[in-house]
Design a protein around this ligand. Structure first.
Ligand code: G3P
Length: 496
């Protein structure tokens, strides 16, 4: 049960406390933010509605704690991260239960998210010790008057306070993917979890608390975006923002000043299917890539661009698999579960209605009950339909039939997004040409898009983001290069 056993201290009455300065606190606002269970559409949890003053204090304590943490030996930082990873995995059941209730993640996927997060934290600890444990040594060369009189030593230093803002679809995994690299690099963390997913995130933070990190180093503030959102992102003592989410990221990037940003803001990942592709493999990947977690993944397949000559066969194969998807509550580990909010379901419905009006072929009947939307494949989608360009973040997948690979690439590249894409073909030469032409941060050959493994680089072009994630890239992004230069009075050697 969430908030019971080891986690009892994180709840006060029926409202979950926020975490600041090493303590679990009740907000002075006397207000709470309700968390609606997507399946029942009723309030399931409540979290504190923090005030700006409380956010200020959390940042202040993060700033103070970071100074000492930056001087803490790397192996000690790594040891604490390993400990947190182990505690996180030990508590996978209650944390997964929160994910099921808050974001309707299917039960098994919820456990996988927690386990994957523990692995990520451990990997990050190991990687950090290596990446941060070495610097460079450079010797001056042809700079006028300085031939071999300067010796440069580089090291990586932390940025300070890192603000982590993960999205609802991975409130644990996309939180630790920011927290772990920040901590191993000597930074402190202020976490603002998504509203739905906040309780899972608080439980995860509690695992870090149990691991024994210094007081103030990690804070988790909950509350309304309208009250504390801008206050956090524009705070002068925040030195770096790592954000995953939607359009809000663009607004944050315009408001924040002179600090490094790491952002992933969604995608319209295209799947290009060539005539020689293994269609069974394609169908399996499109169904998994398009419909897992009901399509609520930035990297979900969001449009299939299929060569006309193989489209009939492929659509049939996909439909056979769609028919086998189970639909229902996350507790039953169904493939398709309710989408996160009623307004998300309404938005998906808008796109479906638009496609209907403009003549798409419905491979299944459109069906919705509350936030639960049955999986739907839309064939013969045209470029004039909203579903061809917009991101439904739901279990609805458009198929566009194409006459040439160039047409597919053109459609993919006309998107404002550029997260990932994929191409299916048995010809590696063609695959490489398509990969080269697709304007996306990653192209998968013969597999659906995906962020993991978590140490692979992960980045989007265009409106899909700024910077690159993945464990090593995040460590590099959350540090600055510092150089020390030793100057010799005279050249260290003379020629002839
Ligand atoms: O932000 C990325 C997330 O939405 C997708 O991650 O692991 O499902 O590919 P993943």
């Amino acid at each position: 049960m969430a908030g019971s056993g080891t986690f009892a201290e994180i709840i006060d009455g029926d409202v979950f406390n926020y975490y600041s300065n090493g303590q679990w606190n009740k907000s002075s606002s006397g207000k709470f933010v309700p968390i609606i269970n997507p399946t029942s559409n009723k309030i399931h949890f409540k979290v504190q509605a923090c005030t700006q003053e409380e956010v200020n204090k959390a940042i202040e304590s993060a700033k103070t704690a970071q100074k000492l943490w930056a001087k803490t030996p790397l192996w000690k930082r790594a040891e604490l991260l390993h400990k947190a990873a182990a505690i996180l995995k030990e508590h996978k059941a209650p944390i997964a239960e929160c994910l099921v209730k808050e974001i309707a993640k299917p039960a098994k996927d919820a456990v996988t998210e927690v386990v994957r997060s523990g692995d990520l934290v451990s990997y990050c600890a190991e990687e950090g010790v290596r990446v941060l444990g070495e610097g460079k040594f450079l010797v001056s060369d042809s700079f006028p008057g300085n031939e071999r009189t300067k010796y440069c030593l580089t090291s990586k230093i932390p940025l300070g306070v890192v603000l982590a803002i993960p999205p609802f679809n991975y409130p644990v995994n996309l939180a630790v993917s920011k927290i772990a690299p920040a901590l191993i690099s000597g930074n402190s963390i202020v976490l603002k979890p998504p509203t739905q997913g906040a309780v899972a995130a608080l439980h995860m933070v509690h695992c870090f608390h149990l691991a024994g990190f210094p007081k103030g180093l990690i804070s988790c503030v909950t509350g309304k975006g309208s009250e504390i959102g801008d206050f956090l992102t524009m705070h002068p003592d925040v030195n770096c923002i790592s954000f995953t989410g939607g359009d809000t990221g663009i607004a944050i990037s315009k408001k924040s000043a002179m600090i490094p940003l790491q952002m992933e803001l969604g995608g319209k990942d295209a799947c290009i299917v060539l005539e020689d592709a293994d269609l069974d493999l394609v169908a399996a990947n499109i169904v998994k890539g398009g419909f897992s977690y009901s399509g609520q993944r930035c990297t979900a397949v969001k449009v299939a661009l299929v060569m006309k000559s193989v489209a009939d066969t492929l659509v049939k194969k996909i439909n056979d698999k769609v028919a086998k998807l189970t639909v229902g509550p996350p507790e039953d580990d169904c493939d398709i579960t309710p989408v996160v909010t009623e307004s998300s379901a309404n938005f998906i419905e808008e796109l479906v209605k638009d496609a209907k009006e403009k003549g798409a072929t419905f491979c299944q009947e459109y069906k919705r009950k509350g936030n639960l939307i049955w999986p739907l494949l839309l064939d013969n989608v045209g470029a004039n339909m909203r579903i061809a360009r917009e991101e439904p973040f739901g279990p609805v997948l458009p198929v566009i039939r194409i006459n040439s690979v160039e047409e597919g690439i053109l459609h993919c590249n006309s998107s404002n997004f550029g997260l990932q894409g994929c191409v299916f073909t048995k010809d590696i030469n063609k695959a490489m040409l398509v990969s080269d032409a697709m304007e996306t941060g990653t192209v998968q050959i013969n597999s659906a898009p995906a962020r993991g493994p978590d140490h692979f680089p992960f980045q989007g072009l265009k409106d899909s983001g700024i910077g690159s994630q993945g464990i090593t890239n995040s460590i590099n992004m959350m540090t600055k290069v510092k150089t020390t230069i030793i100057n010799l009075p005279t050249p260290s050697y003379t020629m002839g």
